[in-house]
Write a protein that binds this ligand. Structure first.
Ligand SMILES: Nc1ncnc2c1ncn2[C@@H]1O[C@H](COP(=O)(O)OP(=O)(O)O)[C@@H](O)[C@H]1O
Ligand SMILES: [Mg+2]
Length: 339
């Protein structure tokens, strides 16, 4: 049986329905990411799991226990928010130990727990600092330790990295994942950043307007988008009308077809290609964006504009607008997507 079971969960604010009869399960130790655009209901769902928002209908089970009507404290979940919400007049150690104090944990035990988690989040030596003496990334590590020190059954993280600058975000996301793995802690992480979701998660629940429209491994969501929304959200997929697919590739599809920009490549002279590679298509470069390791070209093939990502190899020059290219498509990578 799954560690977490969410059954037919519904939530509205007044007349506005946020989600309706949502179902999912999470295994013990799994790292799940709720991914989706702003306003799709991620925070509301997380807060319902935490008990901070009452639900209208449905049930939440954890480890064989129906926790739907338990208070937030009784649920034994740890929560970290985007705003660190530290007590400004308390030191790092006092912030981390706050929950232990509330639970009247014996002092010696509290000290050793605080020390353990201070070390785990790499804040050793900073125990006596106050929040205003810490960087944003350090504050967030205090918030993380404060949640972890209570040894929660589930860790809930609501966009904990969104307020941090890019470099800190990248190191902290790895650190969160490492700690989560070390503790084998069941975790639900919320983000609107698909790259973050791809890098961190065992499974992604992709949300759109209160529905989980696709769930699966990062790999499966990225390479097999179930519908147009997922294809649009997960990458820079080209969405080709079925008429275009028929005209260009002589393929019949019931729906639009999603083509990843990096699955298109330039024909090399004199090279033999396998049967699943299309015949060459003549394309004209419209413009390009230099992304660093990748150059993203906007090209036109017959009437169709497409995005093509080519590796920025030192031997290749940037192709100016108007350049002609012979492009090849991997026909196995053409993914029909429902509306
Ligand atoms: N406390 C609240 N009262 C009324 N409406 C809310 C409240 N919290 C969230 N909502 C609404 O619920 C929807 C989902 O919000 P939210 O869960 O915060 O989305 P996300 O976290 O994905 O950005 C939004 O339309 C938002 O305006
Ligand atoms: Mg939110």
């Amino acid at each position: 049986m799954s560690y977490v079971q969410v059954k037919q969960l519904s939530k509205s604010f007044g007349k506005q329905r946020v989600f309706d009869a949502i179902d999912f399960t999470i295994d013990q130790g799994e790292f799940i990411t709720l991914l989706g655009p702003s306003g799709c209901g991620k925070s509301t769902l997380l807060r319902c799991l935490a008990g901070l928002n009452p639900v209208d209908q449905g049930q939440i089970w954890v480890d064989g226990e129906n926790i739907t009507d338990l208070s937030p404290q009784e649920r034994e979940m740890g929560m970290v928010f985007q705003s660190y919400a530290l007590f400004p007049n308390m030191t790092v150690a006092e912030n981390i130990g706050f929950g232990l104090k509330m639970k009247s944990t014996p002092a010696a035990q509290a000290r050793s727990l605080i020390q353990r988690f201070v070390e785990l989040v790499e804040l050793k030596g900073k125990e006596d600092r106050y929040p205003h003496q810490l960087s944003g990334g350090q504050c967030q590590r205090v918030a993380l330790a404060r949640a972890l020190v209570m040894q929660p059954r589930i860790l809930l993280l609501d966009e904990p990295l969104s307020a941090l600058d890019a470099k800190i975000r990248k190191s902290l996301r790895q650190q969160i994942r490492d700690i989560q793995t070390e503790l084998n802690l069941t975790t639900v992480f919320v983000t609107h950043d698909q790259e973050e979701a791809m890098l961190m998660s065992d499974r992604i629940f992709l949300m759109h307007q209160g529905e989980i429209v696709q769930q699966g491994s990062p790999e499966s969501i990225y390479t097999q988008p179930a519908n147009e929304f997922v294809a649009g959200f997960m990458g820079h997929y080209n969405l080709l009308d079925k008429q275009v697919v028929k005209a260009l590739f002589d393929l019949d599809s019931p729906h639009k077809v999603a083509v990843r920009p990096e699955s298109i490549y330039v024909k090399e002279e004199g090279r033999q290609y396998e049967a699943h590679i299309s015949s060459p298509k003549t394309a004209h470069v419209l413009n390009h964006q230099l992304l660093g390791n990748v150059i993203r070209y906007k090209v036109q093939i017959e009437q169709q504009e497409m995005t093509v990502d080519l590796l920025n190899r030192s031997s290749e020059r940037l192709l100016p607008a108007g350049s002609r290219l012979e492009l090849l498509f991997n026909l196995n990578e053409m993914q029909p997507v429902s509306p």
